[in-house]
Design a protein around this ligand. Sequence first.
Ligand code: SF4
Length: 178
Amino acid sequence: MPVYSVPLPESSVLKALEGANKIRILGCGFCDNWSLAYQNDQPISELVKQGDQTIQVPYSLNKKANHYKKLLEEKDIECGVEIIPMLCQYSNDFDLLEMSGDAPWTRSDFIVRCWGSDAVLCLGCSAAFIGLKKRLGDEVKVVPGLRSVGVLQVQAYLDDSKKYVMIVKEGSTVIKNK
Ligand code: SF4
């Protein structure tokens, strides 16, 4: 069942990023994207043609990440956004990742792109945050942008335009931690 996360107050996130001139925003395209889509009544994903393939681009998390990017760039802060599937995998020991073979979530080239940044804003669940901390160590400050508060069961459908995957709110359930 997907983890359910909610955004931390924007003012406290921006405060934690103060002093950083180069920031990378990383988010997970799964549960976190679904959580934001559920809260904001937004599409989960947009179907985009890429050559002869159709891919699903996470909608809600991209929107949140680009909102932060805009706010930071207005302060002349250099900022990049990357949505990575299953950031939680990076909380595993390195050998476990290697045992997973060439799955997309074992690739760590995005970590290399974080080196040289002053801070990374993690738009991910608690496991994503731990994964990034584990990979980036003390070299780059990792600031959480979301807080995990429970689990979410999602019912979804493809809308009439066949362009967006939408949530059936009344068919979906959030179970919050006590
Ligand atoms: S990193 Fe968190 S939000 Fe992303 S797939 Fe893993 S558990 Fe879900």
